[in-house]
Ligand binder design. Sequence first.
Ligand code: COA
Ligand code: MG
Length: 290
Amino acid sequence: MHTTPPRPRRSALYVPASSEKALAKIGRLACDCVIVDLEDAVAPGEKAQARERMAAFLAGRERDGTEMVIRINALASEWGAGDLAAAKACRPDAILIPKVETARDLLEVNDALDEADARPSLALWAMVETPRALINIGAIAALGRDRGARLACLVAGTNDLVKDTGIRPGPGRQLLVPWLMQIVLAARAGGLDALDGVANDFSDLDAFSAECAQGRDMGFDGKTLIHPAQIAPANAAFSPSPQEVEAALGVRAAFALPENSAKGVISLGGRMVERLHLEQAERLLARAGR
Ligand code: COA
Ligand code: MG
């Protein structure tokens, strides 16, 4: 069962920790989540400086409603352990782990956090971006059922998936769709949120909006972004539309009628509506109202 997430994750913007200019913008962006990136966006020669820059920016920062996430380098890499310690010290809402391939990879991070007395509410997000991650996705997502494992969200890493598999996704990302759908399915099985991969072309916002709509239709909760111009289209695509809200209110009103209060299934506007549709409508209204 997919429970309503405690917070919206329609738009999650990667901000390179190496860019002072980008970091300085964080507080003024309308994205639901910021992912300060120490990994792919930062060149090897810049890693140490990026970590310091991140710490300087985030340490004394006032918290606002934006969910703050830090993507570290893989724990097995030369930067992993130092990144994890630095990230924890910034008190983010979550730490995003790249190149997760097995459930064990996440449990190792979790053990390291427990040993460092990380607060229980510090969540983990997992990048799904390698062939092995997709093969093991069921076991990875099952950690979502184990509160102690901290896992809250799966993030599709489409650029790495394309690189590691050699596929050419094609129009409408058609050859990526089966893997993206697997990520959503696994997330639902584990009670997790799922975020779609990035669109590299930040200049074509029409194409971007279409890709957001596709991600929404696949069941993703939001999209990861690379550029501030992508925030508004993503927020729009992953919010319930006025028509959807109206239809949901209609379902709620119909089941509230005294003659329907004991019924499991009713007829509404020529369509069958069951109590599961009422649940679906309530979930949509909760999302629209937050
Ligand atoms: N976060 C915050 N601010 C950003 C940003 C981001 N991801 N991307 C761009 N900006 C800022 C720029 O600094 C610029 O600020 P300014 O108006 O003060 O000069 C403004 O938005 C417009 O940027 P623009 O000139 O259109 O783009 P750019 O050439 O500066 O940057 C990229 C293009 C792709 C290099 C940049 O968007 C980026 O680094 N994105 C994130 C990459 C990343 O994190 N990848 C890893 C995950 S896939
Ligand atoms: Mg990657």
